[in-house]
Design a protein around this ligand. Structure first.
Ligand code: SIN
Ligand code: FE
Length: 292
């Protein structure tokens, strides 16, 4: 079963325009993708020169910045590093501003920002990526090394393709039906295993049962050929557009495109308008116990 109207297009909204209504936050929390078709993020001349996958370090998926400490990864050339830092820092401010204007209730609650510049063409991913890392397969986002204990993964994306190429996604079923399909037999984490992972610093802190289940859901979805072949809603995000979703909830897969900026922030479940819509609450209802 597909979610009704998985993409909400907001063609007329402009930053600093009419304050958006509560229905926007409700749609987001129900798992919709909010698309701003004309809200572009413009690059200056120096930044345009970064639009070449040759800048990305070998074996890296993208260039990333943790804006709060300025730590930059995935790019080595000193001149390109300076420009990439400036670009990602600008995008961080742009997207945080956007989120805080749209979702007033989330202000002051968005934490652990990470920003990325994705330069590789999706069409070239096949040889370089294992199925588990292959975002062309339908999935929900879950972090293997960074347990989040129920916090939401909120993401802003901007297509910065200079040649007008859209970024194409497929969107899948609603979160609860995916949990019923893939997690009904799934137990919680093995405590010895999660303790060891944390001791060995493979994970940044101990994985909760929530993190364990979300990773299982991510993996089982990506591994399931049948799911990958089922009809899904295809959506083109035009060059010069921006879109937002809770990517831990909205099942998604990328099928085409090149050059994108992406901002991740985490949000505590308690800061949601309706915490009952969180993946944590859905999973706790299905499992009948606390998971984080
Ligand atoms: C993702 O699957 O989280 C990223 C999709 C994309 O690269 O467009
Ligand atoms: Fe993803």
């Amino acid at each position: 079963m597909s979610a009704a109207r998985p993409v909400l297009t907001l063609a007329d909204w402009r930053p600093h325009a009419t304050p958006p209504s509560d229905t926007l936050i409700e749609r987001l929390e129900r798992g919709a993708v909010l698309l701003f078709p004309d809200l572009g993020f413009a690059l200056n001349d120096e930044e345009q020169a970064l639009l070449d996958p040759a800048w990305v370090d070998r074996g890296r998926k993208n260039v990333s910045l943790t804006p709060l400490d300025g730590h930059l990864n995935g790019i080595s050339d000193p001149g390109a590093r300076r420009i990439a830092s400036q670009l990602l820092e600008r995008y961080y401010r742009f997207s945080l501003n956007l989120l805080e204007q749209l979702f007033v209730a989330y202000r002051g609650n968005l934490h652990h920002p990470t920003t990325s510049l994705r330069l590789h063409a999706i069409a070239n991913w096949s040889e370089r990526s294992s199925w588990r890392k292959d975002d062309r397969r339908l999935h929900i986002d879950a972090f293997p090394s960074r347990p989040i204990h129920g916090d939401r993964i909120l993401r802003v994306f901007s297509n910065i393709n200079p040649d007008g190429q859209p970024r194409r996604w497929r969107l899948g079923s609603d979160f609860e039906s995916l949990c019923r399909r893939y997690l009904s037999d799934q137990k919680g984490a093995n405590p010895l295993h999660t303790w060891l992972l944390a001791q060995l610093k493979i994970t940044k802190r101990r994985r909760s049962d929530y993190d364990h289940l979300m990773l299982r859901l991510h993996d089982r979805m990506k591994a399931d050929e049948r799911l990958q072949e089922e009809p899904a809603n295809t959506v083109d995000f035009p060059a010069g557009s921006t879109w937002i979703c809770f990517s831990d909830q909205a099942a998604h897969a990328v099928s085409a495109g090149q050059f994108m900026l992406e901002q991740t922030v985490l949000l505590p479940v308690t800061a949601m308008q309706d915490p009952q819509r969180s993946p944590l609450a859905v999973l706790e209802r299905l499992k009948g116990r606390r998971l984080a």
